[in-house]
Write a new protein. Sequence first.
Length: 352
Amino acid sequence: MIVKQVAGIDVSQNELVVCLGSMSDTWVPDLYANKTFPNTNAGFKAFTGWVSKSTIDAVPVRYVMEATGVYHQKLAYFLNEAELEVTIVLPNKISNYARSLDTKTVTDKTASQAIAQFGLERKLDLWEKPQEVYNKIKHLTRERDQLVSERTMLKNQLHAELAQAYPYKKSLDRVRKRIALLDKQEKEIMAELRGIIASDPEVQKIVMILCSIPGIGMLTAATVLAETNGFELIRNKRQLTSYAGLDVKEKQSGTSIKGKPRISKKGNKYLRKALYLPALSAIRHEETFKNIFVRLVSRHGIKMKAAVAIQRKLLELMFTLFKTKTKFDRKILGKGILKEMVVLEELGGEHE
């Protein structure tokens, strides 16, 4: 008797390579069909029609895919709107799993088979499409991040031009105009962001709660909420830090191999980036965080490593306040952090 059905999908820009698999009550996975479809709306309809004909109705089909940039998003929305079960998995989880299968040939077909088998063997969370307000905020915060990076590059270019013996005036003027344009666009983005937050009372309330944390401003709070879809499907702090790539990986075997602990960085880079400067601000202006930072630096002498520990603590604290709907309380914070000091001291790695 079949107890589980999965469609593993390897998504690329132009096509979907699909593998169908099932699990019987003997708990042995069976990968029985492969097919390729265009990554278009017409392809989506043909794909779901084929799956429907190739599976049994009594057991729901779970559609499992990797988070491949933006190419998977249209399919995920299409399946979600059709009220089908969807799971999106971080690529590193699939690649690590695929290596354990000892597959000698790596193709789109074998990738889809690995995804299907992963879906059959693991208990995976259902994906829910982001709330519209968080989707808009995510677009704006990512656009601003890209804009700031571009402006930094232009400012470096301007500095290099000015350092020359005979800088070319027209080139300098054009660079300055581009910087001025980016400044204007950043102001427009921030105004839109404030407007969106103000238009939703619930989101505005949450942002105010998160902004009560030392070092956390409106932009950081908005970024964290957008990148986690309002902490949707985040069950605990450990899962959250793993999603952000702030979890610790360590290589140790016997007495001869003992690698340096590092953060995995196998997660959402926008979360890590958004928390970097707030962590430095919290260290400067909040006594509890400052004490943790000093203690960690005195232990191993690496300031960046200690700053990463503060990033992680800030993210966990934001999650706690979101769940409890309470503002930052310095007394409660101090008691909680003292209990977790040992864990923080084991953190390693550098900021991306």
